[in-house]
Design a protein around this ligand. Structure first.
Ligand SMILES: [Zn+2]
Length: 355
């Protein structure tokens, strides 16, 4: 039986070069089809602060002398995601800069893209962490979801944002600077990309959506001019404005935010310093991203005025929550034919010193 099956194999191999024949005969069954390409990869560091320089470097070994395309991939909950790519040198050496712009702890690997003649390969995966340069306050457990449907943006898609600063207080420049600073901190905490698209005539929560509207709108009004409660105890409202049913990376049904917004009570923000305006914005954009209130007063998602005493950075629980709604949580897949509006209904008290 063995003899019968081996004979045609040898006959075929014999027509190829002698080196191939030798290799075929010596190879164990598991190595009968040798991989044409091997790639190694190692990280220059496994922990970094934001802005640190970390490189994944290694060598591509194959039979050719061509430069190969090497892709850096990161493991998020929905699978391996392309981060960047480079070309190897003719000797096979490559080095790719690892992103250190946002907080994560996940595996990284490199993948050599197959060509018509040469096979691809993936390197071993290595865990990499980017951690804050400051010590966040409080407990990493101090976070909550905005709703049981988890309203949040797809973290794999760029979120455009615009400001309707026609009635902005304390003044348009201060408001814009505080909003940009907040968005930079949210991007750092989530890995989500944001793109500022400038001034917009759109207003949050007015249910008048235009295709050209930014996905996230910041606007200013007064309590009598909106159906939302912007009464004496409420300085702003933030949350999702338009949602649709989707599935998260685990396959669970959640609400995907299509439009979100922050609506400020311009009579309250008129007397705020730039710092207070940003503290308020850090809280409201937390809601926009899908976070709810927590009892702990050392977090930006506290419902109390204590947030005006916090340093201008997200704290331990805030950071956990933002990572759960960020890129590491994986991409969202929309379900067709389902829509629902949702809005966060918990008011934010203004600082008592401002009353
Ligand atoms: Zn709130």
């Amino acid at each position: 039986m063995r003899r019968v099956t081996r004979t045609p194999v040898l006959a075929t191999v014999a027509m190829l070069s002698t080196s191939v024949l030798t290799a075929s005969l010596l190879a164990t069954p598991a190595e009968a089809a040798p991989r044409g390409t091997r790639v190694s990869g190692a990280l220059s560091a496994t922990v970094s602060h934001p802005g640190g320089v970390v490189v994944m470097a290694g060598t591509v070994k194959d039979k050719g002398k061509q430069r190969r395309t090497v892709v850096l991939e990161q493991k998020i909950a929905s699978g391996w995601r392309k981060v960047d790519k480079v070309r190897s040198s003719r000797s096979g050496a490559y080095a790719i800069t690892v992103p250190t712009t946002w907080f994560y702890s996940s595996k990284l690997r490199t993948r050599v893209v197959r060509t018509r003649k040469l096979r691809g390969d993936t390197s071993r995966a290595h865990r990499m962490s980017v951690i804050p340069a400051y010590t966040p306050l409080g407990s990493p457990e101090s976070w909550a979801e905005l709703s049981r449907y988890g309203d949040r943006f797809d973290p794999c898609r760029t979120i455009t944002y615009g400001i309707n600063s026609s009635r902005a207080t304390p003044d348009a420049a201060t408001a814009a600077a505080s909003i940009h600073n907040t968005i930079a901190l949210v991007a750092q905490a989530t890995g989500v990309r944001f793109k500022f698209v400038g001034e917009t005539p759109a207003m949050p929560f007015d249910k008048l959506f235009e295709r050209s509207d930014p996905k996230l709108v910041f606007g200013f009004t007064t309590d009598p001019e909106t159906k939302l409660d912007l009464g004496p105890a409420v300085a702003a409202r933030g949350g999702s404005d338009r949602t649709r049913w989707a599935r998260n990376a685990r396959g669970q049904r959640i609400l995907q935010t299509i439009h979100g917004g922050v609506l400020y009570d311009l009579t309250d923000t008129a007397t705020m310093t730039a710092t207070q305006f940003q503290q308020l914005t850090l809280h409201e954009v937390g809601h926009v991203m899908g976070l709810g209130h927590v009892a702990a007063t050392d977090q930006y998602m506290t419902a109390g005025p204590e947030l005006y005493d916090l340093p201008l950075s997200y704290q331990a629980g805030d950071l956990t929550g933002l990572s759960k709604v960020g890129l590491q949580a994986g991409c969202i897949r929309p379900l067709r034919g389902h829509r629902r509006q949702a809005l966060e209904r918990l008011p934010v008290p203004v600082a008592t010193t401002l009353d």
